[in-house]
Design a protein around this ligand. Sequence first.
Ligand code: HEM
Length: 457
Amino acid sequence: MKEHQNASQGTPRDQENPAGFPPATGKTEASHETAEKPHGLSRRQFLGLAGLGALTFGLGGASGFALGRQAGDNIASDVLQTSYPFRGKHQQGILTPAQQQMHTAAFDLTTDSRDTLIELLRDWTLAAERMTQGEPVANHATNLEAAPRDTGETIGAGPAALTISFGVGRSLFLTDEGVDRFGLAGKLPQVLEQGIPRMAAEKLDPQRGGGDLIIQACSEDPMVNLHALHNLTRIAFGRATMRWTQLGYGRTSSTSSTQRTPRNLFGFKDGTSNIKAEDSPGELNTHLWIQPEDDQGSWAAGGTYMCTRKIKMMMEVWDELSLGEQQRIVGRDKFHGAPLSGGEEFSAPDFSAQANGKPVIDPTSHVALMHPTNNSGKRMLRRGYNYLEGVDYLGRLEAGLFFIAFVRDPAVNFIPVLSRMSDDLLTEYLQHIASGMYLILPGVGEGDTYVGETLLA
Ligand code: HEM
């Protein structure tokens, strides 16, 4: 397995260890020189994004959206000026260094016309390209007699590293009733038709999964995400309606070796062992990007599958477990994220290591069951977010992980791994409440007029 090392960000150990936790054994961080740089940032500023993550997470965690906005007001303005290229072989928002804020929504079409669908995708593409570059969806209005075309809540704000990614669900190709509304049934990939089968510890709400189309907006400012979804929903009026939406704050993964590993709501580092932008093209083609020879045909090449699981985390129960038990369940040390077999955060776990005649890493720990060496080498790109949606009737937090994995083939890279969670010690503290699978379309090429052109043209 490829090992990733922390970027040298000047302060990692001190800032991460304010309470003076014991040091992990072995070597410390080394720098990485290969990270993708966004527009408008020096390398030093780019590396500083990780610090911003900590700030926004802390404030957003206290009271969600409103405070998240305040954090946005206080952070370095050049972060809010960051933008990523919209066009390319692959869509943005997948390998882009994971931003702190996410707003995802699925849509159902209210039209059966293929031309109207294309028109919608054209309008969405135009608006998305502008917004990701910090522009309003249309030039600012001066006509006092007409409603402005841009809703205006980000006037004066920067692009804030906004990425917008578009995907399609099974029902776009074939409805539940077997109707082929857009003449696309012949292009329906088998894995999308089958979806994610029933799993252990799930109580799914079908209204919070599915949908003809999906849009994922990620940025460093929740207001920028909201503006994007607000305007894309408005543009869709009369053609598509929002089916479900999900806010996420505080990334739970790193998708670049230059990023500091964030933590999930159980307090563990999450995203240590992940596909990252610096992986070789061969590795990315094997595990992440759909290839021309894959089952759905070449129209989807350059795309990827997005698998989502909304997972409620029983934090009140988890919080009372001893530190040793929490670490046994995960398979990693809580403070540094090192595998229990020793070393540093990015050391490879040694599943054969024994102490007192027992494996040091419990074979039913989360890491043991998920690790590629125990899954025929299969990898996924995790890009999930924490969520918090108030409290239940007993005053327990309605909070957890909006898990997202991008993979070349869910039947190979995702479903078999997910099904192993039925034996996972972690599962006792989780409930899966929504599930979804979407095909993220190939990137918008320089000459293309809309996302999804290879599917519909
Ligand atoms: C709320 C639910 C979950 C929590 C709290 C959680 C937490 C964690 C933690 C703490 C790690 C170790 C750090 C790391 O390597 O990133 C990890 C690793 C991992 N998790 Fe999860 N996870 C959850 C759900 C899932 C799901 C649904 C999947 C997909 C099947 C998954 C797949 C993985 C994988 C592939 C790894 C990397 C294992 C390795 O290579 O060592 N996790 N997770």
